[in-house]
Design a protein around this ligand. Structure first.
Ligand code: GLP
Length: 241
């Protein structure tokens, strides 16, 4: 694991954006795995700026998002579809047919998981996966569990996650209870991984992910087994590192 500690959230985000831009320059037809949540927001802003001011070219890029809520349609402002178009895809020259996000409205969710997993394989796997981390150590929507869930699957969200994510909704009752998420194996098969964490509230999970035992109870701890992980932290998230 490479651990980079940056002064603040902006510096952390810029470092991550530079690494993503480097990946795109080195391999213009890269497959990127993308995350949502508040942590990568500024990184996306920076990538949009690089597209506008420095001609960063997304025309041959393919993207797969980590997860999506079950039951929110694509126009719902809280869906990860909406988030991705609003924060990145509407502002860069990526081709629509190269954008993949699990369909949380699919009639048969289990078929949707299988379809998504196959799509990732068919596109040659993920070159660079961006991850955030939940306060409980989740990655994507892989919640702490008794075993690592391998492939794309339907998840029952933890109360803690529902509470944490309720800040984006007008009431906690509106937060979906289920989601579709790439599995641990899906994530671990990515060739490179960047995990971002910002703020004091993530410090404990970050410490356990890096130094703790590798256990499904702290899903991010599995990253210790990956050969090419870069963890980019701001000072607060790195307070125990
Ligand atoms: C969400 C997402 C994750 C994200 C995490 C942290 O529930 N499913 O992909 O990394 O929680 O979110 P935030 O960056 O807003 O703290």
């Amino acid at each position: 694991m490479r651990i980079l500690i940056e002064e603040n959230y902006e510096a952390m985000s810029k470092k991550a954006a530079l690494m993503v831009a480097g990946q795109i320059l080195l391999k213009p037809n890269s497959v990127l795995g993308l995350a949502t949540g508040s942590t990568p927001l500024y990184m996306y802003r920076e990538l949009v700026r690089m597209h506008r001011e420095e001609d960063l070219d997304f025309s041959s890029i393919t993207t797969f998002n980590l997860d999506e809520y079950v039951g929110l349609n694509q126009d719902n402002i809280n869906s990860y579809h909406y988030y991705m178009f609003d924060n990145l895809f509407n502002h860069v020259n990526i081709k629509k047919e190269n954008i993949f996000i699990p369909d949380g409205m699919a009639e048969n969710l289990y078929e949707e998981c299988k379809r998504y997993e196959k799509l990732i394989k068919d596109r040659g796997g993920i070159d660079l996966q961006i991850l955030g981390i939940g306060k409980n150590g989740h990655i994507g929507f892989n919640e702490p569990d008794l075993k690592f869930e391998a492939t794309t699957h339907v998840v029952e969200l933890d109360d803690e996650t529902i509470k944490a994510n309720s800040r984006f909704f007008s009431s906690i009752d509106e937060v979906p209870r289920r989601a579709i998420s790439m599995g641990i194996k899906t994530i671990m098969h990515s060739r490179k991984i960047i995990l971002l964490a910002s703020g004091e509230e993530k410090a404990e999970a970050v410490k356990k992910a890096i130094f703790g035992p590798i256990i499904p109870g702290l899903p991010a701890s599995v990253l210790q087994l990956h050969p090419d992980v870069t963890i980019i932290l701001d000072r607060e998230a790195a307070m125990y590192v």
